[in-house]
Design a protein around this ligand. Structure first.
Ligand code: ZN
Length: 171
């Protein structure tokens, strides 16, 4: 599994506890492009309680004030009132292979259709070389778990997180 040419790698995994969607991609040359939007739409095709989603991430070139900011949005589409739980884990590395933004994990319970999870990730990059590493290339792995739709024991254990990090480190 290797990311190349801004291509998006997609992995979907359905299990008896939930549905996992993995997207891996690169953001290259923000120094030139200034901004980049990642957008993916997907649905769980759950037999008990299907849900549809759209995920967006907005990246901007870091300016000389050193403030790197990424906007993450996960929107549940459609009309269903059946609440589900969503968990987003993000691994973001700069071109010097340094993890940024503390590899955040965003969890929300009881999301119904029309709801939006929005999160600003902010990191300070005080030195010029840190900003150039960011603006040259980012490697991003997004893990989205949709759970509590066909199983009430929808817990994501720490083992899953270790597997995710292992998967990302192999890239
Ligand atoms: Zn399900």
């Amino acid at each position: 599994m290797a990311a190349n040419n801004n291509g998006i790698e997609r992995v979907t995994h359905h299990s008896n506890t939930g549905h996992k969607f993995i997207f891996v991609f690169s953001v290259q040359y923000l120094s030139v492009k200034k901004e980049f939007t990642f957008k993916e739409e997907f649905n769980t095709e759950c037999e008990a309680s299907p849900t549809a989603w759209s995920c967006e991430m907005f990246f901007q070139k870091v300016l000389d004030d050193g403030r790197a900011c990424i906007l993450v949005t996960l929107r549940r589409k459609g009309y269903g009132r059946n609440p589900v739980k969503a968990c987003i884990s993000l691994y973001i590395k700069d071109s010097a292979e340094k993890y940024l933004f503390n590899s955040p994990k965003i969890e929300r319970e009881r999301i119904v259709a029309g709801e939006v999870i929005e999160e600003h990730l902010v990191e300070n990059l005080p030195f010029p070389e840190m900003r150039s590493y960011f603006n040259l290339r980012l490697k991003v792995a997004v893990f989205i778990d949709i759970i509590s739709c066909h199983s009430t024991t929808g817990k994501i254990n720490s083992e899953t997180f270790r597997q995710q990090k292992f998967l990302y480190d192999r890239l």
